[in-house]
Design a binder for this molecule. Sequence first.
Ligand SMILES: Cc1cc2nc3c(=O)[nH]c(=O)nc-3n(C[C@H](O)[C@H](O)[C@H](O)COP(=O)(O)OP(=O)(O)OC[C@H]3O[C@@H](n4cnc5c(N)ncnc54)[C@H](O)[C@@H]3O)c2cc1C
Ligand code: SF4
Length: 517
Amino acid sequence: MTATEATCRHLVLVLGDQLCADSAAFDGFDPAQDAVLMVEARDESTHVWSHKARTTLFLSAMRHFAAALAERGYRVIYRRLDEHGDASLSAGWHAAVTALRPQMLVCVEPGDWRVWQALNALSADLHITVDVRADRHFMCSRDEFAAWAGDSKSLRMEFFYRNMRRQHRVLMNGKEPVGGRWNFDAENRRGFGRDGPGFVPEPPLFETDAITRDVMSVVEREFADHPGSLAHFNWPVTRAQALVALQRFIDDRLPAFGPFQDAMWSGMTFGCHSLLSTSLNLKLLNPREVIAAAEAAWQARKLDLAGVEGFIRQVLGWREFIRGVYYLDMPGLRDANHFGHRNALPQWYWTADTGMNCMRQCVGQTLEHGYAHHIQRLMVTGMFGVLAEISPQRVADWYLAVYVDAVDWVELPNTAGMALFANGGRFTSKPYVASGAYVKRMSNYCDGCRYRPDTRTGPNACPMTTLYWRFLIRHEAEFAGNPRTALMVRNLARLSEEERNLIAADGERMLANLDGL
Ligand SMILES: Cc1cc2nc3c(=O)[nH]c(=O)nc-3n(C[C@H](O)[C@H](O)[C@H](O)COP(=O)(O)OP(=O)(O)OC[C@H]3O[C@@H](n4cnc5c(N)ncnc54)[C@H](O)[C@@H]3O)c2cc1C
Ligand code: SF4
């Protein structure tokens, strides 16, 4: 072999969130001529200050996947963090490509805009062709989504979702939705009431095997000062475990998921949520099999349609919609800041050390488990972000850092678009804001809090409430002038001038000392 001769035909790049053996990246893979490259890069954990559980999940799942490919007889070049210490994916790719001199690189389209840019740069730098293949994990391709969106300024998930139901024949009765309705949201928004959640089935426990233990020690050593704990690490790291997680959810928690999906309770970390986002996002599970399992359980066990529809809506509707929006709106979405918010993230987002019990609970379980459910993210940590005028980019970086399921394509539109209204309502009709009364209705957090949810001003005033009213006052003209938001500010008419001034003054005081709340 001469120095310039290729040592492999195709080098298949597999990213940390592409752990699917049926991926298009392996179409035409010839073990005799081709190889797989996987890189553990340091800056994937440091470009945002990643939770230890997030890094552990990615690295452990990657190592398990590499081992499974090797068992199939594939040649896998795996660059471990503790052996190669590649600063970035690009650095690892450069080193491997230079050593292997493949004829061509093969990759499935990356989920993350930043990684796309790195891949394009690699191709240009090394003058090598990269065959980027569509990601067939998703049920709606990027082109299909772009065609659906057309040049509409405002996009609505509900209409997209109905198309997806028709197209994929999910919960359909001929041309009509089963049960005669598309949407059961009103039935799926119950709180637990004074008695609390009662018995909630536990998610399955997964063994921490030698690979995961090894990764944990690497993470504890290399990222010692990073946030979060590994004490409760229990996320599926293989497809087999992900299938167990799916089955246990369908068997045990799906029946109660629907009505209580928005409810929160002190000390209750997972509720009846599926905990499937990590397995879906790493591609250990396919959304089609998740949806089919829920629909089959509804039919076989005569489960409540509203609850099952509520779950399928999340996977077939929101997840696919969010991914479509991400590609449509990047890179602009990253810098979107409709309200021009500039405040820094309070320090207690990293410690949970705050007097606001709702934030203490949601941030606390996030640091312990890398998990909070949708309403905790949207209507507690996210809502506080918009009311406290925190920079959307700082908030988005936090979400990307602390959740085990966080990948840019799903985190950023949810944070900037849904929680913070940073894109001015591209796919939400109005900002998701409410006073402490909402938190009180949907949880028992306010019982253990030094603030009073129904108090707008004074020493016991709830920051959610004061800042909510301040937010409405501040944006009164904008909201009143738009039919979609006019209702939000109608109640301001009930406030006296004096009360408005008190809210403004107390709100300013809170904003000036966010760390002290
Ligand atoms: C500010 C903010 C940031 C978020 N960041 C992420 C993120 O980084 N990664 C992530 O996967 N989800 C994110 N979400 C969406 C949602 O909160 C999580 O998918 C969900 O909490 C994961 O827990 P689960 O698997 O138990 O979900 P369940 O409540 O059981 O829902 C079932 C599945 O539906 C999908 N899903 C539900 N809601 C959404 C949504 N809004 N967007 C996309 N998919 C959805 C997920 O795949 C989830 O596993 C974010 C939401 C908000 C408001
Ligand atoms: S009183 Fe306000 S700050 Fe305290 S838990 Fe309730 S909503 Fe949160």
